[in-house]
Design a binder for this molecule. Structure first.
Ligand SMILES: C[S@@+](CC[C@H](N)C(=O)[O-])C[C@H]1O[C@@H](n2cnc3c(N)ncnc32)[C@H](O)[C@@H]1O
Length: 279
């Protein structure tokens, strides 16, 4: 995944809606310490708008620090430029392969709370990513994750992988996503990882949702913003890829092309895993 921060913020309506609903519910469950110094880490913060609009307002004030991290430098540059302030910071960190000990030099006590919204599906080695998250938490600290685990886009990638040209760029969802993505046993698989990592409490919920994008521009914005291979293609290749993508989406009854492109629709049910765990 490599969209520009502004492309992503134009296409993240679904993430914003889910983050707002989820944080409203879970801010009552998060074990706030209310000690005026608590620290929150948001992993995979992207352009930072969700960190600022939905996480920051729910932290009891005063607080210690809110830190957003992301693997992509351009996301962090964008977030720093728009949102950095006294106790809100943004830094580059790869939660799967990054140097966690080095990162912790700036935060030697670790964090009281960790959030990660719409990011962990990108972590292929879940055991390693979760161990890193565990090491970033203070004892007694808690974390809240949400990730789309079933979604039409994963089915479309499976079909695109049957076309040799696109198979060369992405042979299966496992090339880019956690192995439990689009499988039936997600809650069990995630629970097992929490258990192996050593979390003393964990709960994984699978929630059914639906989203419809209307208008070809919005549809293409969404498709390209969350795509693992699109950003690296040449212009010509992009056009052909999108043609194949929409053809498959139509065959799967996800996409309906209208005579007037502004009335075309891309609609799909999807499942979100919501996990809460305590160290
Ligand atoms: C779909 S965006 C979600 C952004 C924001 N949290 C939201 O809810 O809109 C996923 C973000 O995770 C980041 N990401 C992917 N793999 C990561 C990793 N290993 N470590 C840190 N961030 C990662 C991506 O760069 C991207 O900005």
């Amino acid at each position: 995944m490599d969209p520009s921060p502004s492309n992503y913020t134009q296409a993240n309506r679904i993430q914003r809606r889910d983050a707002d609903q989820l944080l409203e519910e879970y801010s009552k469950i998060i074990r706030w310490r209310n000690n005026g110094t608590e620290t929150v880490l948001d992993i995979g913060c992207g352009p930072g708008d969700i960190t600022i609009d939905f996480i920051l307002p729910r932290i009891p004030k005063p607080f210690g620090k809110l830190v957003g991290v992301d693997i992509l430098e351009k996301m962090i540059k964008h977030a720093k430029r728009l949102y950095e302030r006294d106790n809100v910071h943004f830094q580059i960190l790869d939660i799967e392969n990054g140097d966690i000990d080095l990162f912790l030099k700036d935060y030697p006590e670790g964090f009281d709370h960790i959030t990660s919204l719409y990011c962990l599906q990108w972590v292929r080695d879940q055991k390693k990513g979760m161990k890193n998250i565990y090491n970033l938490l203070k004892p007694g600290g808690d974390c809240l994750f949400t990730l789309p685990v079933k979604h039409a886009v994963y089915n479309i990638y499976d079909e695109l992988a049957k076309i040799p040209r696109w198979n060369a760029l992405m042979s299966s969802n496992c090339d880019f996503f956690a192995s439990f993505i689009n499988q039936d046993n997600v809650a069990e698989a995630m629970s097992e990882i929490f258990k192996l990592t050593g979390f003393r409490y964990y709960n994984v919920e699978i929630i059914d949702k639906r989203i419809t994008y209307t208008g070809l521009d919005n549809i293409l914005g969404f498709i390209t913003a969350v795509n693992p291979i699109f950003a690296n293609m040449e212009t010509m290749e992009k056009t052909e890829y999108l043609k194949d993508y929409l053809k498959i989406a139509a065959e799967l009854n996800v996409y309906r092309e209208a005579e007037n492109p502004s009335e075309s629709e891309f609609g799909t049910p999807y499942q979100l895993a919501v996990a809460y765990a305590v160290k």
